[in-house]
Design a protein around this ligand. Structure first.
Ligand code: HEC
Length: 240
């Protein structure tokens, strides 16, 4: 038993080192105060991701409250047709079809930003490259042999890997844009940042609530300070 535990303990740091060593993540410029960016991210999510991935922890109503936009705007500009304001962000994909097409059910992405982190998501969405040997014709720099098609290729264009030889092992040096998409590189980066911003918000919507509460708390302190000051003046008036 002891032996098994020691072996497991040995494996843990080695495993994480190996993973961290190979994959170089790009950093995502996340800003949860930028409601406009999160709103655009929500729109991208519904357009490009909701077809397969639900985000069940989020309701359209909550988006309206947190991002301070009215419900009609959320229904008209973000939610898919036919969705109602109290609905969760459900996907139309059913398990049967998805198992047939992808072999797996695309996971719910409510907590993906917490489990993978913003930088990983950013690198993942930018990390698809041509690999003819794969069922969808693509592979991914941070998710090897991924079973998801690159949903954003029309915007980004098509990337192919530039291979480098490191100690006899072939590794991807960088990705080269072989065919350009409808967006420029910086437009695409902005779009992916907005999308990841939305996913980070979905992972912990309470962060926005805290910010909002913060404003009230400050206001309360200010008000309380004034009242206390006036009271003090009133009490000491007769003593002086
Ligand atoms: C056509 C269906 C489809 C669409 C649309 C789609 N995905 Fe996926 N996605 C999948 C499948 C299937 C997997 C599982 C891949 C696997 O496990 O190999 C996946 C996996 C993922 C993962 C990895 C989850 C993990 O295991 O950590 C992330 C992140 C992700 N998708 C994000 C997105 C985002 C963001 C969008 C929108 C831009 C999107 N997906 C659009 C099918 C889809």
């Amino acid at each position: 038993m002891k032996k098994i535990i020691y072996t497991l303990l040995l494996l843990v740091p080695l495993g994480s080192f190996a993973a961290g060593d190979k994959v170089h993540l790009q950093s995502a410029d996340i800003n949860l105060s930028d409601f406009k960016a999160i709103q655009k991210g929500a729109k991208h999510y519904v357009t490009y991701c909701l077809g397969c991935h639900s985000a069940k922890h989020m309701r359209y109503k909550r988006i309206a409250i947190d991002l301070e936009i009215d419900e009609d705007t959320v229904l008209a500009e973000i939610a898919p047709e036919g969705a109602r304001i109290y609905d969760q962000m459900h996907t139309a994909m059913n398990e049967h079809d998805s198992k047939k097409w992808f072999g797996v059910m695309p996971p719910d992405l409510s907590l993906i930003a917490r489990s993978r982190g913003a930088d990983w998501l950013y690198s993942y969405l930018k990390g698809f490259y041509v690999d003819k040997s794969k069922p969808f014709g693509v592979n991914n720099t941070v998710f090897k042999d991924v079973g998801m098609p690159n949903m954003l290729w029309k915007l980004q264009g098509i990337q192919s890997p530039v291979i480098r030889n490191v100690k006899g092992e072939e590794v991807i040096s960088y990705l080269e844009l072989k065919e350009s998409g409808s967006m420029s590189r910086s437009q695409f980066d902005t779009m992916v940042t907005e999308l990841v911003n939305f996913l980070v918000y979905v992972g912990e919507p309470v962060q926005l609530e805290r910010k909002r509460m913060g404003k009230y708390v400050l206001f309360y302190f200010l008000l309380f300070g004034i009242v206390a000051y006036l009271l003090k003046k009133e009490y000491w008036k007769d003593i002086h």
